[in-house]
Design a protein around this ligand. Structure first.
Ligand code: HEM
Length: 458
């Protein structure tokens, strides 16, 4: 009543749905499907069965009233049209953790300006090749390390490997102690982002604020050292430091630092989870692994011994790119995208989106819907042969003005990882029948424990 009572006189009507219990809303139902029943997609199916397949529902989740959109048309409108009209802002609950200059938090003109700087850093042709040059020795050394360990938990190992890689690409950090310290700080920061915003000693949020402070100190120090020494490095931090907009303005120190924090946050677990799923699905589908290897061998034949892949090689690997896309679809590392309504009287078709409510764009259910992807739970890279998903049905990287700036970077990294792994190594799941968990991200319950060794023929 508190949230919906005053809305009766406004334009449009609220979508169907329930606000659940006082204070906790429908959180128990959410946890029931995601945490206990391990059937996350039934959360939406249940609403479809109860209120009709409207593609939009009201609810109360994560501490406040929300509108859930889960049809291609509504999702497209929220992510593209309404974002461009600036009726919605980024939906992060707290900018204290990400920083008020982070690309994930700012809106409007500031957002456009920052994206321009970041996209330059991502798409600059020199940067693309240098990203691959940096990544491959790190991947090869991690794979060799897994061989020496013999048994690994892929979920943990791919995380550490990706963290080292992303820190090196973004800020050229190589020292193992520093990377270990930063990874610890990042884990603290991420735990805070997923927790309630209660800032008292002992809470995850309080700890996350401390982690963020230490991270920004490390990055600010690095930036100042470069400025003092006049040192030029070939990484993202340098591109952001040197980048100027059309008025000749550079980014401020805080903008560079907070965006490096956000980029590491955006690119770290997402990419590593997809790599872990790569090892998992390929272990279960030797026929697909074989086809992947065939393509990798053809590419290797064109190269000198130990020569690394270039961006042109990556572009030529058609089958590998289909495998990577299928992994990204099935991994669903971002099951939903948040926004916040910032204007009055916002309508989507005839439904109202009340000011200050959050909108949850539920992308996961569409990527696994048989209406848009035949046999959606099957790992089938060939589905991508001559297939372009219909508008609004494939938003793994979001859509519209906030479309993930790291999408090509992530795809390239996943492809080169698959190339090196399938050519020279073999692995076997220790618990192939293990179930899955979905919180905070989907993964096999045992984190994909496997035996890892060098391939016989190499
Ligand atoms: C498989 C890997 C990845 C997936 C599935 C993924 C997915 C997403 C999604 C769904 C969004 C939200 C878009 C929206 O709000 O509309 C996003 C935003 C973002 N991603 Fe990624 N991402 C991945 C990798 C990366 C990488 C490697 C980086 C950076 C190195 C990155 C940096 C970001 C940033 C900075 C944003 C915020 C963009 C903005 O608000 O304008 N992501 N990503």
């Amino acid at each position: 009543r508190r949230f919906t009572g005053g809305l009766i006189s406004g334009p449009g009507s609220l979508p169907p749905g329930s606000m659940g219990w006082p204070l906790i809303g429908e959180m128990l139902d959410f946890l029931r499907y995601f945490k206990f029943a391990k059937r996350p997609d039934d959360f939406i199916s249940k609403r479809k069965a109860r209120y009709g397949d409207t593609g939009i529902y009201k609810s109360h989740l994560f501490g406040g009233p929300v509108i859930i959109t889960c049809s291609p048309e509504f999702n497209r409108q929220v992510l593209s049209r309404m974002a461009e009209e600036e009726t919605l802002s980024s939906g992060w609950p707290s900018n204290e953790l990400l920083g008020s200059s982070s690309i994930s938090v700012v809106d409007g003109f500031l957002h456009k300006r920052l994206r321009k700087h970041l996209m330059e850093a991502f798409t600059n042709p020199k940067a693309l090749n240098s990203q691959l040059r940096i990544a491959q020795p790190i991947f090869i050394s991690a794979l060799e390390n897994w061989v020496s360990k013999k048994r690994i938990v892929a979920y943990n190992e791919t995380k550490t490997m990706t963290f080292h890689n992303i820190c090196q690409v973004l800020v050229s950090f190589e020292s193992r102690e520093l990377l270990q310290k930063m990874e610890r700080l990042y884990r603290g920061l991420m735990a805070g982002l997923r927790s309630l915003t209660i800032n008292i000693p002992g809470t995850a949020y309080h700890h996350a604020l401390k982690c963020r402070k230490q991270l920004t100190n490390i990055l600010s120090l690095e930036m100042r050292t470069r400025q003092e020494l006049g040192a030029q490095k070939h990484d993202f931090m340098q591109i952001l430091m040197d980048s100027v907009d059309e008025n000749g303005a550079k980014l401020r120190e805080i903008e560079v630092v907070e965006n490096i924090v956000s980029l590491i946050l955006g690119g770290y677990e997402s990419t590593s989870d997809v790599m872990m799923w790569g090892l998992y699905y390929l272990a279960k589908h030797p026929d697909i692994l074989e086809k992947l290897k065939e393509e990798a061998k053809l590419v290797r034949e064109r190269k000198h011994q130990r020569e690394l892949l270039s961006i042109e090689d990556v572009k030529s690997m058609n089958y590998t790119s289909k495998v990577a896309e299928e992994l990204i679809r099935l991994a669903n590392v971002s099951p939903f995208i948040f926004r916040r309504v910032v204007k009055d009287n916002v309508l989507i078709n005839d439904y109202c989106l009340p000011k200050d409510w959050r909108v949850i764009v539920w992308i996961r259910s569409i990527h696994l819907d048989s209406k848009y992807f035949s046999d959606p739970l099957a790992f089938d890279p060939d589905r991508w042969t001559d297939f372009r998903p219909r508008v609004g049905t494939y938003s793994v990287f979001g859509a519209g003005p906030r479309y993930c700036p790291g999408s090509s970077f992530a795809r390239n990294q996943i492809m080169v990882f698959l190339y090196h792994a399938c050519l020279n190594y073999r692995w076997e799941l220790l618990n192939p029948g293990e179930g899955f968990v979905y919180q905070p991200h989907p993964r096999p319950r045992d984190g994909a424990k496997m035996i890892f060794s060098r391939a016989a023929e190499n």
